[in-house]
Design a protein. Structure first.
Length: 135
């Protein structure tokens, strides 16, 4: 249990850093996508901003538990196991969620694809952290 919690917290910190960097990269590289966040569909209340910063830890703890359950079936090198874990996560959780969001909410395909890629990166990075800390 200790390995699950510690590796989950470390992965949460790494994903949080990735989230903040991704936010700035989106503004810099994809300003049109970044401007879409000013749509009234997105909540801009500062009181809820904390949820953005807690999200990586929720994802990382869930993925850490999941890693502990599936790590025995993943084969290959350090890198291939991390990538395979990320792909499993993105196919099981992120793809269906993005499909639902794109079909039910007015968000652009570009925005949905950036969320999908970010989910894939979250899964791969978390998998690499878990592979290192809880092989």
């Amino acid at each position: 249990m200790k390995k699950i919690i510690i590796s989950g917290l470390v992965a949460g910190v790494v994903i949080l850093i990735l989230s903040v960097l991704g936010l700035y990269l989106t503004i810099w590289l994809l300003p049109g996508v970044a401007m879409q966040y000013f749509d009234p569909a997105f909540n801009d209340q500062a009181s809820r901003a904390m949820f953005y910063y807690i999200h990586p830890f929720i994802i990382a703890m869930a993925l850490s538990w999941f890693w502990n359950r599936v790590k025995g079936i993943l084969t290959g090198s350090f890198l291939s196991r991390g990538i395979e874990f990320g792909i499993i996560y993105v196919l099981v959780a992120t793809l269906p969620t993005m499909w639902l969001l794109y079909s039910a909410i007015t968000v652009s395909l570009e925005m949905t694809l950036t969320w999908f890629v970010f989910g894939l990166l979250q899964g791969i990075i978390a998998g690499l952290v878990f592979e290192r800390m809880n092989p």
